[in-house]
Design a protein around this ligand. Sequence first.
Ligand SMILES: CC(C)(COP(=O)(O)OP(=O)(O)OC[C@H]1O[C@@H](n2cnc3c(N)ncnc32)[C@H](O)[C@@H]1OP(=O)(O)O)[C@@H](O)C(=O)NCCC(=O)NCCS
Length: 202
Amino acid sequence: MSMHVDFFAGAAMRPHLPALARLRIAVFREWPYLYDGELNEEQVYLSDLARSPRGGMAVAFDGDEPVGCSTCLPLADTEAAVQAPFRAAGLDPARYFYFGESVLLPAWRGRGLGVEFFRRREEHARRSSDAGFACFCAVERPAGHPLRPAGAVPLNGFWQRRGYAHHPDLACTMRWKQVDSADKVANRLSFWIKPLGPRDGT
Ligand SMILES: CC(C)(COP(=O)(O)OP(=O)(O)OC[C@H]1O[C@@H](n2cnc3c(N)ncnc32)[C@H](O)[C@@H]1OP(=O)(O)O)[C@@H](O)C(=O)NCCC(=O)NCCS
């Protein structure tokens, strides 16, 4: 079957939100997110994305079947907790386009889809905004975490090769129930940032 990536913006994302919720629950259950997600919580999270007219979403399909998703929206349209470190550092959220999750089922990894997710989101950010930077955040886990799989390879190198620089002091807190916790726990996520560069015709 044919593998392909489509991009949906604004209201066109809505039909694909249930697939995104399913993929988030399946993929984020793994290390390092350890997210014990359920669909009601997902609706709350996804409503910010669905409300953002400049939000966008890449979906990888194998035939008709969604096997991966990757989202983005203006940082100013995200929940206050995500914007907070930028405001505290005197950085204007309007200058940033926020990249949410990339979630791809394991069997479809290593074929260039993750690279394509970045390319499509950066293209959307350049076209739909005058933001100077793309940013995303990633969870921090201690080196000795008991659930770290042997041989787990961090994505830091993958992100650096896409042009992103780590800003460990720029970090937000998000709470979620984990596979190893009875209740929600606070997690620190630090940001990675890349200049989006000049636009065509500018
Ligand atoms: C992050 C994630 C989406 C990356 O997806 P992926 O499709 O495996 O990544 P890619 O295949 O695009 O890139 C991996 C490497 O393979 C290379 N590659 C590109 N095209 C390729 C191809 N046709 N065949 C094989 N490898 C290829 C890429 O260049 C990259 O190497 P590089 O970093 O040295 O350049 C995936 O690992 C994932 O879902 N992880 C779990 C969730 C997660 O942690 N998400 C990130 C935080 S939200």
